[in-house]
Design a protein around this ligand. Structure first.
Ligand code: PSU
Ligand code: MN
Length: 308
């Protein structure tokens, strides 16, 4: 694959040109493809997310580590690899190890935001953020997504965090880390499959141009934090709340029965929930990701216009 080498990263020619010309670019993560969605839907989804962006004139930058090298922007063969090759789930701390070993890894929100920020990609779409796990006061299990967002300078569009996590604790940590949280047309923080959570956030924004202005002000202040945009699915597209509650309760029981811990917890719960919901949670999951990719595209366009 050719591209501009910003040692130790490789930015694809397509992404480097778009950045040089000030055109809109949106980063996409690869853990959702490699570990968050079942095959072969994961490959279709990766291709579709890129197509949604291209159709609106936005350059996609799917990010992953291939053979030790972090890639900002993948070609079709790279997208195929993250969807089909078994590879490590890579957070920020795994990057130097993958580099030294020449190994491949699918980047989490934490690693994707970090790499996007280093490459100058300012907007990033994902499904759900990692956060503080339930029981974290005992387990200390808090996703590095939060601490990475605190230093990345990247705006991440997500549908909040899954209700498998501790939502109020996650919001508290984002406050401590001084990461702005913007509700897109809502002040009810979304809980991924459901459009709300009952936890209220302070600030609502109503259009992409306003989000771009927040990014500009954040830059002017020189603080360097990322920004979380919480983008709920429309209520008529959310998962049935009663079914959601029933399936989630069984997922926690299954995880503790299986003795799953550490970074295996999120993929285990997600896989279990897809199976236990007969695939319904997967369809909602894909709608969420598409919805976030579309909004991220609008924000990238607004950001590029603001800086033209
Ligand atoms: N939440 C989801 N879907 C996902 C993930 C989180 O709803 O696929 C993935 C993301 O890549 C996120 C990672 O960055 O899991 C967080 O994992 P951990 O909790 O181990 O940090
Ligand atoms: Mn963890």
């Amino acid at each position: 694959m050719s591209g501009k080498r910003l040692a130790p990263f490789l930015v694809s020619d397509e992404v480097a040109e778009a950045l040089d010309e000030g055109r809109p670019v949106v980063a996409l993560e690869s853990t959702i493809i490699s570990h968050g969605l079942p095959r072969p839907r994961n490959h279709e989804a990766a291709v579709e997310f890129e197509q949604i962006l291209r159709a609106s004139g936005v350059t996609p930058a799917t990010i992953a580590v291939l053979d030790g090298v972090p890639r900002i922007g993948l070609d079709a063969a790279g997208v195929q690899r993250i969807a089909s090759e078994p590879m490590a789930k890579a957070s920020v701390r795994d990057l130097p190890i993958l580099a030294a070993k020449g190994a491949s890894g699918a980047t989490t929100v934490a690693a994707t935001a970090y790499l996007a920020g280093r490459a100058g990609v300012r907007v990033f779409a994902t499904g759900g953020l990692g956060g503080v796990h339930r029981g974290a006061s005992e387990s200390f299990d808090e996703s590095a997504d939060l601490s990475s967002l605190a230093i990345s300078g990247v705006t991440v569009v997500s549908a909040g965090v899954k209700s498998v996590l501790d939502i109020p604790a996650t919001l508290e940590r984002l406050e401590t880390l001084s990461v702005p949280v913007l509700g897109y047309r809502t002040t009810d923080f979304p809980s991924f499959w459901l459009s709300g959570s009952g936890y209220t956030i302070d600030w609502q924004v109503d259009d992409a141009a306003e989000i771009a202005r927040v990014m500009r002000s954040q830059d002017d202040l020189g603080h360097g934090q990322g920004i979380v945009v919480a983008n709920p699915l429309p209520v008529d597209q959310q998962w049935d709340p009663a079914e959601h509650d029933r399936v989630l309760a069984t997922a926690f029981d299954a995880a503790s029965a299986a003795g799953v811990t550490g970074k295996a917890v999120t993929p285990f719960l997600l896989g279990f929930i897809v199976d236990a919901s007969g695939g319904k949670s997967l369809e909602v999951n894909l709608d969420i990701a598409r919805n976030n990719v579309r909004l991220a595209g609008e924000i990238a366009i607004a950001w590029s216009a603001l800086n033209a």
